[in-house]
Design a protein around this ligand. Sequence first.
Ligand code: ATP
Length: 735
Amino acid sequence: MAAFEEMGVLPEIAKAVEDMDWTLPTDVQNEAIPMILGGGDVLMAAETGSGKTGAFCLPILQTVWETLKDIQLGKTSKINKETPTKWQLSFSDRDTGLAVTPDGLRCQSREQKMWQGGRANKGVTAPGKFYYEATVSDEGLCRVGFSTANAALDLGTCKNGFGFGGTGKKSNNRQFDDYGESFGLHDVIGCYLDLDNMSISFSKGGQPLGQAFTLKSEFKNVALFPAVVLKNAEMAFNFGETPFKFPPTGGYKAICEASSELTATGVTKASSFKPKNNAPQAIIIEPSRELAEQTYKQLELFSGYVDNPKVRSLLVVGGVPVREQMNALSAGVDIVCGTPGRLEELINTGQLALQNCRFFVLDEADGLLKAGHEKLINSIHGSIPKLTPDGKRLQMVVCSATLHSFEVKRMAERLMHFPTWIDLKGEDAVPETVHHVVLHIDPRVDVSWGSLRTHVQTDGVHANDNVRKGNNTPETLSEAVKMLKGEYCIKAIDTHNIDKAIIFCRTKVDCDNLERYFNQLGGGARNPTNPYSCVCLHGDRRPQERKDNLESFKRDEVKFLICTDVAARGLDITGLPFAINVTLPDEKSNYVHRIGRVGRAERMGLAISLVSDVPEKVWYHGEWCKSRGKNCYNTRLTTEHGCCIWYNEPQYLADIEEHLGVTIQCVGSDLKVPVNEFDGKVVYGERRSNAGSNYQTHVEQLAPTVQELADLEREAQRVYIRRQYGKCYPWQRGG
Ligand SMILES: Nc1ncnc2c1ncn2[C@@H]1O[C@H](COP(=O)(O)OP(=O)(O)OP(=O)(O)O)[C@@H](O)[C@H]1O
């Protein structure tokens, strides 16, 4: 059986990956696909080019298709069949910050400031005496007790909720009174509901704490549900399906034994599932149009292999008329992949409904958060029911090569449901297939800039400064470095005979200037033999132009793609051999993403970064800049209400190195990369040629370590036997 099928992937989809020459799943796919197919929430922090897109597209497509097939065959959902009668915490009748384990017997909230509550999926009505236990399984604040189905989830804050809290207080209708004693980690709280005498009481560790509440007669006719509310805490529940730690006396019975006539079902009850056309089962958010399109294409490719019913995907990005997307939505869509702005527009206008969504994917999640989309993510998550009408729990998948930021962790704790981290290489790792080097440029040492006959047009920040050769002011050196970077960029291309590279500049104007310079040197944009033929990709180019430029680069019609960080993340260009950073990114995680455009899918890649040794004055247009940079000539520093800053590249380099825990190899001004520096001579853009021989010497390389382990094991056994049998071994004892 093919490797993908062994993970539970449908044969049809396995055929798709086989046709794409994906013979084996990548490490991240190996881990993530079974987890997503199994219903889990996943955080994928795998390195660039490791196949994360496939790791979520495959299982989502499969699950969506299976759901559509079930509907076609008139089957009910699996959850409905498997768990119709069991007492558990409800997956839907809870605050979004309260996570419930799949067995429904443990809940957790990591929210520090707000209370997060939930209820059981069933309640009981009079008459009878019922009991359940709740155990504090992690430090934090807890309140537990009973409430009606329509009570506030913040137990004890309305007239229909009755709680006992860890600080030794009972509460109902916001009235908090001393009761019993405080409780905390590992304490078992017994919850007693006496519907014969209309009272509620509690015990701690089996010790009765006395009656807490008398219930008014109106509660005779309504169901009361086990209920809980937590603040950064965790509790485990036993409704009586396993033996109680402190079995109740006095005629109380396990609440799960309540007769069906006395049992009321909560809001988890699944109704029949009739998907609405404009309510997809999966929503995937990508930070850029290019990336959304790339993921959409991968989905489409896989979808081509599953049929009857067809899975319909839709690309939802800005810059194209919204009408077409609206039409597609009303015709029926199963998976939507898009960028934040257009998604928000369609959701807010009701064109895109969220009620059937069961997969919420944030690709390049740290990038989305840094770009300020947290509010939108929260609001979409808040609007998606945590349980679909056919009883399936919302699954969240969050991925990036740089997922370790505080913001991502906070978001995951708040929104995700017991997520599993798939973190194969540790924090922000650079793949082994990516070689990266730095060239330091110092215009005080390399004075060639003073005699250049042509050079790249600079960004104009020194237009009002007295910059000239022989005057080594910071402004002159800054201008000089800008000229030299253009020269070294060309030199890198010539030295390494580069005929395909992605080139990152800091600003849109830098991209435009470099594009012009390349065309000037190469004999014009239309010259078919231009050795520096190039296109640009940045936010000021029209959407269609961005699309066309990327396509022509992918199709090898031009050699260079000059871009800002808009193209730093996720873009997958087959076998791209080289990347050049004309300027380092100020956002250190973007360094990992930028250089990760090369060295993908087991091909080797080289990234060269040009780093100025002197401060460089650059544009920095913030919110204060009305035109956001367009025709802005305010060359004063931001500290003087201007739009420029001094860029300290050595500091950014140090930050990146510290972040990655490596010292990045330097190259000299000849830009030659030492042949033995990495693992022998490689051809960038090709698969590593010496991979085979590495493997052949594997046994030899590992032999000493294996021997050491064997010795340790032997010693451990010797110690064990000595302790177990005294000084002599059993076979020496005789008899
Ligand atoms: N199992 C596989 N076998 C061979 N190639 C694969 C496999 N899975 C994915 N690929 C290829 O690897 C390349 C990188 O995949 P993908 O774009 O999903 O990487 P990524 O992890 O999302 O990277 P990034 O962090 O840069 O977004 C793609 O060209 C893809 O077709």
